[in-house]
Design a protein around this ligand. Structure first.
Ligand code: PGA
Length: 254
């Protein structure tokens, strides 16, 4: 049985004070729903602060990115070794990183190998553009992203792997994919994972949906057999909205 995960990706939002306020608003409800794995991914500058705030709670902490090197002359970057003492997860290959910061599958592959070395779980983001969707290339695009990003890894390396299927056209647009549509693509992702690794690895991997997920549509996604949770951007910046998602998630699949 895969535990449902709701991951909050705050992106480049919240000052440290705002991050603190947001955590304090949510925390009592997050503590009360440990049957859902809740992950907060604040901006780097608030990582340490949030890790203190959620200490002694079931809430997990994640980073929105990491460099692939352990350390060195990489001005402005953060390495997995720096995150390892505070975080459990690292989001890698988000479409905003791919599009705005030219991250290729090869770079994502380096980063995955590097975070695994520090016992951090990667959340590998994949997803197609609107044009790729319209031209019927979803399976092709996603299969390439998975194969290249996971190249050279064994099934032991990817124990605990989380994949987030985020169609680019659904991110921040208010235009979420339909539950059945997301379920079909996530089924494809699981089949590709089985082909790369094996059936057990594919069955154990949690695969999230991301893209305009909110309190009103989360139940539709979680009622699908292949969908194990959501990577939530905008809706996770509103404590009441995110808490309502967690409450819906705790009622789903029970
Ligand atoms: P959104 O972002 O929920 O604001 O669409 C999701 C994401 O980019 O992870």
């Amino acid at each position: 049985m895969r535990k449902i995960m709701l991951a909050a990706n705050w992106k480049m939002n919240t000052t440290p004070n705002e991050a603190q306020e947001l955590v304090n608003q949510m925390l009592p409800d997050l503590r009360a729903h440990s049957e859902v794995e809740v992950l907060l991914c604040p901006p780097f500058i608030s990582t340490m602060l949030v890790s203190e705030l959620i200490k002694n709670s079931p809430v997990k902490l994640g980073a929105q990115n990491a460099h692939y090197a352990d350390k060195g002359a990489f001005t402005g970057e953060i390495s997995p070794s720096m995150l390892a003492c505070m975080c459990q997860y690292v989001i890698l290959g988000h479409s905003e990183r791919r599009r705005l910061f030219s991250e290729s599958n090869q770079i994502v592959n380096h980063k995955i190998k590097s975070v695994i070395k520090y016992n951090l779980c990667p959340i590998l983001c994949v997803g197609e553009s609107l044009e790729e969707n319209d031209s019927g290339r979803v399976e092709d695009v996603i299969s390439t992203q998975l194969r290249q990003s996971l190249e050279g890894l064994s099934s032991a390396d990817v124990a605990g792997l989380v994949v987030a299927y985020e169609p680019i056209w659904a991110i921040g647009t208010g235009r979420a994919a339909g539950g059945a549509q997301a379920n079909t693509t996530i089924g494809i992702i699981r089949r590709v994972l089985a082909a790369i690794f094996d059936e057990n690895t594919a069955a154990a991997a949690r695969i999230l949906y991301g893209g305009s997920a909110n309190g009103a549509n989360i139940t539709e996604f979680l009622s699908q057999p292949e969908i194990d949770g959501a990577l939530v951007g905008g809706a996770s910046l509103n404590a009441a909205e995110f808490v309502s998602m967690i409450k819906h998630a705790s009622n789903a699949k029970t």
